[in-house]
Write a protein that binds this ligand. Sequence first.
Ligand SMILES: [Zn+2]
Length: 390
Amino acid sequence: MIIAVSTSDELQRAYPGAEITDAGDGVLLPGLVNAHVHLELSALTPGEPPGRFVDWIKRLVPRSPVSADVVAEFARRGVATGVSQCLRFGVTSVGDISRQCGVTRPLLKRGPLRVVSYGEVQAMANRRGLLEERVAAAVDGKDNSDRLRAGISPHAPYSVEMGGYRRCLEAARERGLPLATHLAETADEAPFLAKHEGPLRELWEYLGAWDDAVAAFAGGPIRFAHAVGMLEYPTLLAHVNYCDDHEMALLAAGRASIAYCPRTHAYFGHPPHRWREMLRVGINVAVGTDSCASSPDLNLVDDLRLLRQLAPEIPALALWELATVRAARAIGMETRVGTLEAGKAADFVVFSASGNDPLATVLESETLPKQVWIAGEPVQISCQITVHDS
Ligand SMILES: [Zn+2]
């Protein structure tokens, strides 16, 4: 734990005899927080950008059943790769979405990363009956540990019905759990919700799992989340790539945070994200990578580097906040991580940098962290990290 933050001289006076580690010239930052990732998909690579969002989903979703063993092995491999990437890139805490949380949590609970593990719920049309089973798996706290906290994530408004969303919110409220969802990621969500039309309906036909009992909702995904009551909860909303002025006002009046995933956003070619306006109206915005199926890797600093290029007028400090203090708040970990303050976890990352604005220097180079510490222990970032199985 961090017990004090000050200059070297003052600390040596206050704590005579303390062991000293000199990290050299550079910047010492709080361990980085990736607000939105799917570690279990880290064995994938993005490939060529898809023509349409649903074409990308079709690549990910097998049409024929895959054995549970194959699915579990794929998730285990993904988690091992994902954790090792996070450490190499200076990420010490993650908001991880996991469809296979029964497989990933036992691996992560004794791993090095701090993880909010949002168990993913999908339950729409022919899959409606899976709701309670999925909710129970998500909220199960049996793997909670010093490093892992269970949360719940209804996947998206095109895979969970309004009743299912309400059930997830209620389950989160009852237990005080972190809640996340994918929202307004694609422009296809509004016509799907309103009239069950467009590419997302086509996806359901492709899966052969549609039924006509799904209720329609006019007004788009953000008003849908508002109608569910999710905006009054500290929900993490992944993406929000499509947001009009009225929807922006709804978000500003609520308590939800946004996880903007810059490189994933660029991969799909969405119109410019309104993150700067969101910050101006008081919405908490964090950065995430999303999964290795849409991001080249889990190097969260490269997402900040893209923002540096897109928004050179934003001070470097404000960009780093998106991957530290704001991201910690977005995943409900702000009392433990995200800043260098007495009482918080001793998680930090050191980048070599010099000059008048070292925070900008790091974003204008391709440098990797030279040291990463979690809970006061240096992490071996140069070697392969093995996630131990239970
Ligand atoms: Zn995602």
